[in-house]
Design a protein around this ligand. Sequence first.
Ligand code: 13P
Ligand code: ZN
Length: 271
Amino acid sequence: MTSILTSRPELKAALDSVAEVAGYLWQKGWAERNGGNLTLNITEYVDEQMRAMPAICAPKAIGVTLPHLKGCYFYCKGTGKRMRDLARDPMCAGSIVRILDDCATYEIIADNPIVPTSEISSHLAIQDYMIECGSGYKATLHTHPIELVALSHSKEFLDSEHLTQVLWSMIPETLAFAPLGIGVVPYALPSSTELVEPTLKQIRRYDVVLWEKHGTVAVGPDMMEAFDQTDVLNKAANIYMTAKNFGFTAEGMTPEAVQEIRDVFKLPNQR
Ligand code: 13P
Ligand code: ZN
């Protein structure tokens, strides 16, 4: 069977990069079984032939109405599919969907009728926001980074401002590459539309969102950048944990040292 990627080198290159990230997620131990999911806005690569492609499944509800997604196309990881399989072949572990004119349903157009991730409502709501605010961002990434999820089991770290300050103070690069920090969303059933609004609220303000006792959601111009932001914040959590394992609590950089980095590198404090 011919893939939609055949003779579309730009689309293939974009999905090759997504596959590379999926491999990193597996190597890091953040993607057990089908853990984690991602979407990439691929509308810029869509040609007339793709627009004319018939659906290969009945329309499915997103769960929310997203006015800025009309006529957009996304690559989505399939529900129940493994990141380590996606790393080998994105079209065997995901599919390409078209958002219909009602902005509340989608249909799959290629390659196979692989049902998108159960977290599609949160991913697409964020995609809608990223278009609305003109960010140019194309990627959303949900994963299960071990140390950040572990921290979310402590009441102390369910406070977004406190968690952000602790992580920023672990190593200077955290602030430099995640200058908006991390926002916490209280526990809600995975895949429920209950997660959508609180996640949107936090992603408007923070670089990365931490779903309590579950995982993170990050955004970026491409999947590699979304991965990097998650990685930078999880590295800080890992340093905090390593100090604990040595038997002490990491002192952390002083608030003045953190502020100096913000000033010298002229870091943004809002999107
Ligand atoms: P999916 O397999 O449906 O993408 O779910 C994985 C997951 O991490 C749910 O939060
Ligand atoms: Zn998850």
